[in-house]
Write a protein that binds this ligand. Structure first.
Ligand SMILES: N=C(N)NCCCC(=O)O
Ligand SMILES: [Zn+2]
Ligand SMILES: [Zn+2]
Length: 330
């Protein structure tokens, strides 16, 4: 590549947008996220790559999140191109493309983790930010490894019913309950800006909380969101994050089972989809480098409740990223 090949802010081509649902019925044709082009249809170019990771070998309870990405793509057919809550047309601001699925080994967690890290790394190297659709929460570890390689230690905003900072399950280090302990041990996280949001439910012991706090995490429980309200909570999170590179990881079980029944380890007393979407919208000043959305298990879903909530969550995250990309281009 010569220097003249390096895209400059002014030379960014007009993004190729989604299929127009006023001309082609939205239920027609194969599903990509939000009916966006596949990455091979944009010449391999994506400012934001939506990528699936069909993997659920790391779960401790109900399996099925390997089907999450495609369920979210199906539910995302109903999304529309203008996002009034953020006053933005995300798919016109930057190229968002569906990069398909990372083909990971379902029988070897260690190999799967390596494959995700490599594939995520090459998408990041191509200049894309990632909107990853899981898959179970194990995949956050290789994603964070790829992020840290590019950005250094990142701020983490983790929406989940669970801490996911446990040590091992049955002696296994790589599971969906342990990604953030591994990430902390490996120095992938900026310990001054780590937050869980929406945690609740029984733990193994008080020590779980002590260990978690030692890693640097602050906690906003689902009850805190209810008592203090979305605006106050979001202000506090934003202050903590500041201008650091931010990675957002959303486990769909952060939502109450009434809002997300289709997941493997549901816990009563969660936040609403309205609260989740509003907190995300409040992050518009933050430097969001990539995000994941995990633990959608469509076999336990009803009427696509969970995958619709997930598709809207990914839409808000994608909007945040495209707004920042467009603002940086000026
Ligand atoms: N990451 C999710 N969804 N769940 C973790 C639950 C771990 C456990 O069974 O204790
Ligand atoms: Zn969870
Ligand atoms: Zn989780």
């Amino acid at each position: 590549m010569t220097s003249s090949d390096i895209p400059t802010p002014d030379s960014a081509p007009t993004p190729r947008g989604p299929v127009d649902s006023s001309r082609v019925p939205r239920y027609a044709g194969p599903a990509t996220f939000a009916r966006l082009p596949r990455i091979d249809e944009t010449g391999g170019r994506a400012d934001v790559a939506v990528v699936g990771v069909p993997f659920d070998t790391g779960v401790s309870y109900r399996p099925g999140a390997r089907f999450g990405g495609n369920a979210i793509r199906e539910a995302s057919r109903l999304l529309r191109p203008y996002n009034p809550a953020q006053d933005a047309s995300p798919f016109a601001l930057a190229q968002v493309a569906d990069a398909g699925d990372i083909a990971v080994n379902p029988f070897d967690i260690g190999e799967a983790v390596e494959t995700v890290e490599e594939a995520a790394g090459s998408l990041l190297d191509s200049g894309a930010r990632l909107m990853t659709l899981g898959g179970d929460h194990t995949i956050a570890l290789p994603l964070l490894r790829a992020m840290a390689r590019k950005h250094g230690p990142v701020a983490l905003l983790h929406f989940d019913a669970h801490l996911d900072t446990w040590d091992t399950y049955f002696g296994a280090a790589y599971t969906h309950g342990t990604p953030f302990r591994r990430a902390a041990e490996e120095g992938l996280l900026d310990t001054a800006a780590l937050s869980h949001v929406g945690t609740r439910g029984p733990l193994y012991g008080k020590r779980d909380l002590d260990d978690d706090a030692k890693m640097g995490f602050g906690i906003v429980t689902s009850a805190d969101v209810m008592r203090r309200g979305v605006d106050e909570v979001t202000d506090q999170l934003r202050q903590r994050i500041g201008s650091r590179p931010l990675y957002v990881s959303v486990d769909i079980d952060v939502l109450d089972p009434a809002h997300a029944p289709g997941t493997g380890t549901p816990e009563a007393g969660g936040i609403t989809s309205r609260e989740l979407l509003e907190i995300l919208r409040g992050l518009s000043g933050c430097h969001l480098v990539s995000a994941d959305l995990v633990e959608v298990a469509p076999a336990y879903d009803h009427a696509e409740i969970t995958s619709v909530a997930a598709s809207h969550t990914a839409y808000e995250l994608t909007t945040l990223m495209t707004r920042q990309i467009a603002a940086a281009r000026g």
